[in-house]
Design a protein around this ligand. Sequence first.
Ligand SMILES: Cc1ncc(COP(=O)(O)O)c(C=O)c1O
Length: 513
Amino acid sequence: MSLNHLTSWAADSERDWAEQIDGLIRQHRLEKAPPEGPLSDICKIPQIPRQAMALNPYLERLQQDGLAGAARMHHGRCLGHMTSPLPGFMPQLARLVASLNQNLMKTESSGRLTTLEKRTLLMLHRAVFDLKECDYAAMEADSQSTPGLVTSGGTVANVSAMWCARKRSLDGPDGWWREMQCQGYRGAVVIGSQLMHYSFEKAMDLLGLGANSLLKVDVDQNGAMRLDLLDEVLSACHARRRKVLAIVGIAGSTDFGSIDPLEELAKRARMENAHFHVDAAWGGPLLFSDKHADLLCGIEAADTVTLDAHKQLLTPVGCGVLLYRECHLSRTLMTTAPYAVRPGSADAGRFTLEGSRPANVIYLHAVLHLIGRRGFAHLIEHSFERARALARRISARRELELLLEPVSNLVVFRYLPEHCRSGTSSACETAINELNTRLHKEMRRSGCAFLSRTERAVPGRHGPLTVMLRAVMYNPLCELDDVEPLLQEVITTGKKVEALGLAKPHVMERIDG
Ligand SMILES: Cc1ncc(COP(=O)(O)O)c(C=O)c1O
């Protein structure tokens, strides 16, 4: 008996699905605030259905159990996170990627796409490192190394970079730990700023070095790593015989979009003989703008650079990149297997932490061609303008406080209750934090706009952690006209929460203990 009765593989049924899915997408876009009803209660603890479901009941189940309440990415005031609405061609490309279902781990399951991946990485490599033509010819011809990796995101790119830093740091016949001991080291560290993404904590844990070996240097009033403090940390590492595996520079911090002094970090890394990694998951595409590329000066001296295509390069989620300035470094992670990624093959899976990987490079290849350098420059420059417009209007409103002049296109601010507008005490700070947390939850529940919330020390200010509202001003559907209604919504919600009594002095006292 044919197994085809189990489900359809026919193109006709794809068309049925396409129509239904179009309907779901339309519904999702039209709904102002999708109702989040109860989960389907057919069975309390879900089980795999015995009988296959039909298309329509299944889609209803999906809508009820998963899509209701999904983030409305296509809304111009959806500014909470670093992912954006996607260009119109993307859903169709996603169909292509899923339909072909290629596996980029090995050439026998991806054909020429492995070459396309390498050439796409070379395009990005040029944009970041701009080496000589002959270097690129050599990289393209060298099948035993790669100029970079396409990963599932910035986290895997950062983890891969730290893995590479560890492996290249000390080499001896008896392994890395033995070599560390032989050379008299009593530990190994990675140094970055307080604003490093939490993926570095994961990397340290995975490398078995422990989160305490991630040394976080304080930042200045612009959110950039303080070099005087970095020098102190380096001296302490020498005194305590700690091997500095890597110095990490951030090009666009998650919370503030701030940028470290990359040129100076590169010099320090060279002097230490340490790996220099730049996490440009957010800020990398600034390089496409002649106006703002200078902010990343020094990135070209990095050994490795993380980029996240699913942030400012507008690909679907699941597309990050790690670039190696010198592609021979990629060999430090080379791992082979007899069933597929064999030594001497051209398989990309020899270099990646991940095994099977989708052909997500198609998205990246597409945006680089269909939007192009100028297109991205335009998007970046507009996002900077919107960020500055938002910052100016926040500063003009007495109900709001701008917490940092935006360095790039992220803006952090908070709502100030009436009695804290002429100055704040520590009791006030606690209450303002609580109020902004509530305000954020309320906006998320019932609002039209979407901002995110973070909690950090404000760069350059002493004092407790501050709850901040964060606007990522990149969403290409956000217009300058969206700025005022967005702020009005924050203020109205702030007043509403305030009216509930949360931030009144007696409540503050209670909160303050
Ligand atoms: C600076 C930075 N690095 C790395 C990452 C991790 O990226 P991903 O979420 O794609 O793993 C992020 C995510 O926001 C980030 O902001």
